[in-house]
Design a protein around this ligand. Structure first.
Ligand SMILES: C[S@@+](CC[C@H](N)C(=O)[O-])C[C@H]1O[C@@H](n2cnc3c(N)ncnc32)[C@H](O)[C@@H]1O
Length: 201
């Protein structure tokens, strides 16, 4: 398990959500959230020639794959074996999908990296994102951060808690990056960063 994660509770969360059936229901019921729309719009903004590989770090049971069907290869990475098995059961007939159990040295090379609702489950959300960037080789990066005025920690006792970072911490992390879209969804902020040439989408 990644040492930066506080999600030793990921598996108990999986069990408490009835093997993620409850999460599946929530995904359907909530419809198109601002975060889902940002992912869809981001993909449309990426030139077709750059839609070869996408890697999702913390893919959970694989909902977001539904939004990524214009990519040729999809790497689904998660540290939770249970989550990954669920993802695999859902997607193994799709030859584009490769499931990878996360390990510290994962090579994050892809055209697009996504890490949605994952940083907030690390003991150091910004440190987690920095380590992804330092290991990675990619043109586009979509991630979420839970942002609050104060750095607060809650729910840790259940093992599934989330950690918010202050707006100042978040702003200083993205300083100097080409951040195209930022959207707020109940404290969850989605950032879209582009590193490559976007001129011929
Ligand atoms: C809240 S779920 C989000 C799932 C998916 N991204 C979505 O938005 O539907 C968080 C997932 O991140 C995984 N995770 C947490 N920390 C991780 C890490 N350091 N590396 C890989 N996966 C991680 C958990 O096991 C869990 O499946």
């Amino acid at each position: 398990m990644d040492k930066t994660s506080i999600l030793e509770g990921a598996d108990s969360y999986w069990k408490s959500m009835n093997g993620c059936i409850a999460l599946d229901d929530r995904w359907e019921q909530e419809g198109e959230t601002p975060s889902k729309k940002v992912v869809k719009d981001t993909i449309l903004s990426i030139p077709v020639r750059e839609r070869n590989t996408v890697m999702e770090i913390g893919c959970g049971s694989g909902h977001i794959i539904k939004l990524l069907d214009s990519f040729e290869t999809y790497y689904a990475v998660d540290q939770s074996r249970n989550m990954l098995i669920l993802c695999w059961l859902r997607w193994n007939r799709d030859k584009r999908v490769r499931c990878i159990i996360s390990w510290n040295g994962v090579d994050t090379s892809a055209d697009l990296i996504l890490s949605i609702e994952v940083a907030q489950h690390q003991s150091d959300p910004i440190g987690y994102l920095k380590s992804l960037i330092s290991k990675g080789n990619f043109n586009h990066f979509v991630f979420t951060l839970l942002v609050s005025g104060l750095r607060t920690e809650y729910g840790l006792e259940s093992g599934t808690g989330s950690i918010a970072v202050s707006l100042e911490e978040a702003d200083s992390f993205v300083l100097g990056m080409d951040v195209k879209v930022v959207t707020h969804d109940s404290g969850l902020v989605t950032y879209v960063c582009h590193y490559g040439n976007m001129s011929s989408a």
